[in-house]
Design a binder for this molecule. Structure first.
Ligand SMILES: *Cc1c(COP(=O)(O)O)cnc(C)c1O
Length: 390
């Protein structure tokens, strides 16, 4: 028996990856599986982005680069944050990381000490609590329900704060619920953060995947005081269909960014140099907006279809997601918990879905509609059959 470090034994392996692996195994055995488990756009990376990276490769951008990122990319991100989000960061307040996940991990290591409490509204992205634990902090989970559209209220936030609270994790648009906080709601949360002198990290990875005219509000844009307490985490994976590229970034106060850069200098060093040139093209090319629009048009259509299908099944319900590409379905009326539901669904109907338990909500399941319409229709036929026979 290997005596593993305590920090590892306290962390739960990703349930999402486990289900996805099981579905893949079934597919490999020739079983016709419908998968709603994917957490990534099903589109290829736009051609102009690939070309920018391959031209950088041809030009020999194959060496170590600055730890915090290529200057041109940091500059482009600063410009983007200013234009899209009304956030005034200079390039030295930005670090390029190996994906949005790595941004958040670096942040936890740089900010969280043993005993520090980090408030995480549930349902949450499953990595947040585990990252906090790896940094030896204490995740404080605040449960929200469909009645408040799975959004944390300022009262709930206030009640969760103790003298050890250091950080609030905010994710809008949300994975897994698809909920988007409006201006009022963000403003009210910002006031609590400022009142209690906390930090807030805003995970804005889905900021561009929005429906029905919904607006994305970046919490740091609401005033000088909240700006000083905000760290932005974002990346290229979702908006530009670049999940495998592994490029994300953090923006925040200079000293904090410097600290994450020190950590990065002893762990991963710089992000793949030529890949960063693809990210510059993603931000700067006039071809990017129309690629995003194409993806959004497809997601919009699928969202409508999947919502209609879910709402025609008596024991299922869900609020209308305003962003990202997930529906978070309440299954309590089926009498099953989320693991039982997803296991049964996979074994009896060969449909892969993610149990809400992974996101801190055992009465729900997550379906991703980052898959083609025909698969959505076929998968929903099977879900309907499964629920009807319960
Ligand atoms: C996908 C995702 C990320 C980051 O993904 P990377 O591939 O590491 O860039 C961060 N937060 C949430 C909520 C996500 O769903």
């Amino acid at each position: 028996m290997i005596q593993l470090a305590t920090r590892v034994t306290q962390v739960t392996p990703s349930l999402t990856l486990a289900i996805t692996a099981k579905a893949k195994e079934m597919k490999a055995q020739g079983i016709d599986v419908c998968s709603f488990s994917s957490g990534e756009p099903d589109f290829d990376t736009p051609q102009h982005i690939k070309e920018a990276a391959s031209s950088a490769l041809a030009q020999g951008k194959t060496k170590y680069g600055p730890v915090a990122g290529e200057p041109g990319l940091r500059q482009a991100i600063a410009h983007k944050l200013n234009q899209d989000n009304q956030l005034n960061y200079s390039a030295d307040h930005i670090i390029v990381t190996n994906g949005g996940k790595h941004s958040l991990f670096n942040l936890m290591l740089a900010l969280i000490d043993k005993g520090d409490e980090v408030i995480i509204p549930a349902p949450y992205w499953l990595s947040y609590p585990e990252m906090v634990k790896l940094a030896e902090g204490t995740p404080v989970i605040v449960n929200t329900t469909a009645e408040t559209d799975y959004k944390i209220t300022p009262e709930q936030l206030r009640q969760a704060i103790t003298s050890n609270t250091k950080l609030l994790v905010l994710n809008s648009p949300s994975n897994p619920t698809g909920m988007v906080y409006n201006h009022e709601e963000i403003k009210a949360l910002a006031e609590v953060v400022v009142d209690h002198n906390l930090w807030v990290v805003s995970d804005e990875i889905y900021e561009k995947i929005l429906y029905d005219g919904t607006e994305h509000i970046s919490i740091g844009s609401l005033g000088e005081e909240i700006f000083k307490r905000t760290i932005i985490s974002n990346g290229f994976a979702k908006s530009y269909s670049m999940t495998g590229w592994r490029i994300g970034y953090l923006a925040g106060p200079g000293d904090l960014i410097k600290a994450t850069s020190t950590i990065q200098s002893h762990s991963t060093s710089n992000v793949c140099t030529f890949a960063q040139y693809g990210a510059i093209a993603a931000l700067e090319s006039p071809d990017s907006p129309q690629c995003l629009q194409k993806m959004l048009d497809a997601f919009t259509q699928r969202r409508q279809v999947i919502l209609e299908r879910i709402r025609s099944i008596p024991k299922l319900s869900c609020p209308t997601p305003m962003g990202a590409f997930y529906v978070f379905i309440d299954i309590s009326q089926t009498g099953l918990n989320s693991l039982e539901f997803c296991d049964g669904l996979l074994n009896k109907q060969q449909v892969a879905a993610i149990p809400g338990k992974a996101f801190g909500a055992d009465n729900c399941i997550r379906l991703s509609y980052a898959t083609d319409l025909a698969s959505i229709e076929k998968g929903m036929d099977r879900i309907e059959k499964f629920v009807t026979t319960l």
